[in-house]
Structure formats: C-alpha cells, structure tokens
Design a binder for this molecule. Structure first.
Ligand SMILES: Nc1nc2c(c(=O)[nH]1)N=C([C@H](O)[C@H](O)COP(=O)(O)OP(=O)(O)OP(=O)(O)O)CN2
Ligand SMILES: [Zn+2]
Length: 134
C-alpha cells in the first residue's frame, strides 16, 4: 500500500527574467516588466509530493522532521532571500518557475526516506508550475 505525503515550504527570492543569448530589445520584448534590470521578488510556495509504503509501526510514509531538515539544508538555505540569478544553475539558466521547479526536483530526488513524485511551485497567486521528472 503506497501513500502520498505533500509538504509545503515558503521562500522569498528575487529574480530577473533575462536570456543573455538575446539582445536587450529582444529580452524586453519577451520578458516585458520581468526583464527590469533591477529585478523583482516573489514569495514562492514550494510543495513536494513524496510517496512510499506506510510504515506498519509508525504509520508514516516518512518522518516530516527528516523531510524538513532536508528542505532546510538543500532548499531554504540555498534559495531563501537570495537573488536567484546569482545562485547556480540560474547564473546561466533563466530563473523561470519552470526551471525553478526542475531544479527543486533535482535537489529533492536524493531524499533517502521516500520517493519523490512531483514538485509544485506557486510563483504568484495567479501562476503555478508542476514538474514530475519527465
Ligand atoms: N512561462 C513563464 N512565464 C512567466 C514567468 C514564469 O516563471 N514562467 N514568470 C514571470 C514573472 O516572474 C512575473 O513576475 C510573474 O508574472 P505575472 O504572471 O505577470 O504576475 P502576476 O500577474 O501573476 O502577479 P502580479 O505580481 O500581480 O503581476 C512572467 N512570465
Ligand atoms: Zn518574477
């Protein structure tokens, strides 16, 4: 029997949507206000979905304390209150929320106590993105 555990994390970060492959005018045309050279910020909500058997003794898919410790080290310490454009891999990849979700999936995949199913990232109240590894 497999159950899914979903856990949400909050982090604030700034970014600028800018592709160095294009010139300034093309960047402005593509990214609009989000190409502002001074950047802007978001209060992101990150939800990770983990799955696994329910332990017959603890009744848990995994211990939330273990998942929170992993998230603190690999997600929050790395990205909270940062300028995403200065944090790998975004020093060469446009920090869209699609790319953020892909990177967060890569970060959580090694979590040893459950299987990573999906990463969901809410960038604003109007848009969110999901990545499930393919
Ligand atoms: N495909 C994508 N398009 C856009 C992304 C993205 O990550 N993927 N991100 C942005 C900007 O980050 C922008 O800050 C959010 O854009 P926008 O939708 O205009 O913002 P909202 O209208 O949802 O919220 P407000 O803060 O009220 O503008 C743009 N495009
Ligand atoms: Zn933005």
């Amino acid at each position: 029997m497999k159950a899914h555990l979903n856990r949400r994390y909050h982090l604030s970060a700034s970014h600028r949507l800018h592709a160095p492959e294009y010139d300034e005018a093309t960047n402005r045309a593509i990214f609009g206000k989000c190409n502002n050279p001074f950047g802007h910020g978001h209060n992101y909500i990150v939800e990770v979905s983990m799955s696994g058997p329910v332990d017959p003794v603890t009744g848990m898919v995994c211990n939330l304390a273990d998942l929170d410790a992993f998230a603190a080290q690999h997600l929050l310490e790395r990205f909270d209150h940062q300028n995403l454009n200065t944090v790998a891999p975004f020093d060469g990849v446009v920090p869209t929320t699609e790319n953020f979700a892909i990177e967060i999936y890569r970060v959580f995949q090694p979590f040893p106590h459950a299987h990573l199913e999906r990463v969901h990232v809410e960038e604003t109240g109007n848009n969110s993105f999901d990545y499930a590894g393919q």
